[in-house]
Write a protein that binds this ligand. Structure first.
Ligand code: AMP
Ligand code: ZN
Length: 112
C-alpha cells in the first residue's frame, strides 16, 4: 500500500533498525521502545488490522518467528510478551498489522 509507513519500511523506502527478515515478514526495533527489548514484527503483505488476517499460513509463520526473535534478543528464557493492538479501543496507531514483542524487564498485568 503506497501510503503506509510499515509498507515503506518493508520496501526499504524508510529506514528502520531491522533485526530479522524473510520472504514473508520482517522485524525491526520500535522507535519508541516500551521495554528494554521492543520489536515490531510485520507481514510484508499489507493487512490493516488483525481483523483482516485471513491467511492461516501467514499467521502461523508470524507466530513461529516470535520465539526465534526472542532467542535472538536473549529474552526467551526470562520471558516476553506479544501484543497485537486492533483498532481504536486498543490504541492502534499504525494500520499495518504488527506484533509487538516486548521483554527485558518484568511486565505488569493486566495491561492498561
Ligand atoms: P500500535 O499502537 O500498536 O499501532 O503501535 C505502533 C508502534 O509503531 C508504536 O509503538 C510506535 O512507537 C511504532 N512506530 C511508529 N513509527 C515507527 C517507525 N518509523 N519505526 C519504528 N517504529 C515505529
Ligand atoms: Zn502497509
Amino acid at each position: 500500500m503506497s501510503d503506509c509507513l510499515f509498507c515503506k519500511i518493508a520496501a526499504g523506502e524508510i529506514p528502520a533498525d531491522i533485526v530479522y527478515q524473510d520472504d514473508v515478514c520482517l522485524a525491526f526495533r520500535d522507535i519508541h521502545p516500551a521495554a528494554p527489548q521492543h520489536l515490531l514484527l510485520i507481514p510484508r503483505r499489507h493487512l490493516a488490522t488483525m481483523n483482516d488476517l485471513d491467511d492461516a499460513a501467514l499467521a502461523g509463520h508470524l507466530l513461529t518467528v516470535v520465539p526465534r526473535l526472542a532467542r535472538q534478543l536473549g529474552i526467551a528464557d526470562g520471558g516476553y510478551r506479544t501484543v497485537v493492538n486492533c483498532n481504536a479501543d486498543a490504541g492502534q496507531e499504525v494500520f499495518h498489522l504488527h506484533v509487538h514483542l516486548l521483554g527485558g524487564r518484568r511486565l505488569s498485568w493486566p495491561p492498561g
